[in-house]
Design a protein around this ligand. Sequence first.
Ligand SMILES: Cc1cc2nc3c(=O)[nH]c(=O)nc-3n(C[C@H](O)[C@H](O)[C@H](O)COP(=O)(O)O)c2cc1C
Length: 190
Amino acid sequence: MYKLKVISSTVRPGRKGPLVANWIAEEARKHGAFEVEVLDLGEVNLPLMNEAVHPVMRQYEHDHTKAWSAKIDEADAFIFVTAEYDYSYPASLKNAIEYLVHEWAYKAAGILGYSAGPFAGVRAIANLKPDLLSLKVVSLAEMVNVPLVNELVNEEGVFIPNERLIGASKIMLDQLVRWTKGMKAIKEDK
Ligand SMILES: Cc1cc2nc3c(=O)[nH]c(=O)nc-3n(C[C@H](O)[C@H](O)[C@H](O)COP(=O)(O)O)c2cc1C
């Protein structure tokens, strides 16, 4: 089993992110190859990056950084669940990414983008991809795009996917298994 961290990017009260993240996490569990944990940045609650030493040195002063480092270090793969804020991905996700360096490296990532409007976070994804690559996270071509997210949340606050989304998640997860296997080989080949 590969360790998969599903990272939910938004932190505002009433955010939809965890609803969508919990759904893709459940799809990943059903898929069978992953031991899955959801990391909701609203609960992780990192302050704006406040380490004195560049993270490439791994000399972390604060407990919140040590805890975040341990979670990301143990991951074999990621799914980033990102909203689109002002045509990009949320500052909370940028902040969480820039806390660490080595912990991210040589791992594969699927991305799920969502938005209240029709564009499903595609501009957020387009901005996230090169930033991930700079930290040696390889993001897959296959992704899951969720437009009109509010229409897919029922009165109990549960995200109800349609057939297209279930199909897209399966395609992305199939590829994530393949890339995770490959990236583990690269990571171990020092
Ligand atoms: C600060 C902010 C900026 C937003 N900017 C965009 C945007 O650029 N494009 C878009 O499609 N939706 C935008 N939206 C609407 C979001 O798609 C929608 O509110 C979504 O639920 C946000 O994710 P969250 O609920 O997890 O915070 C924005 C929402 C907020 C709160």
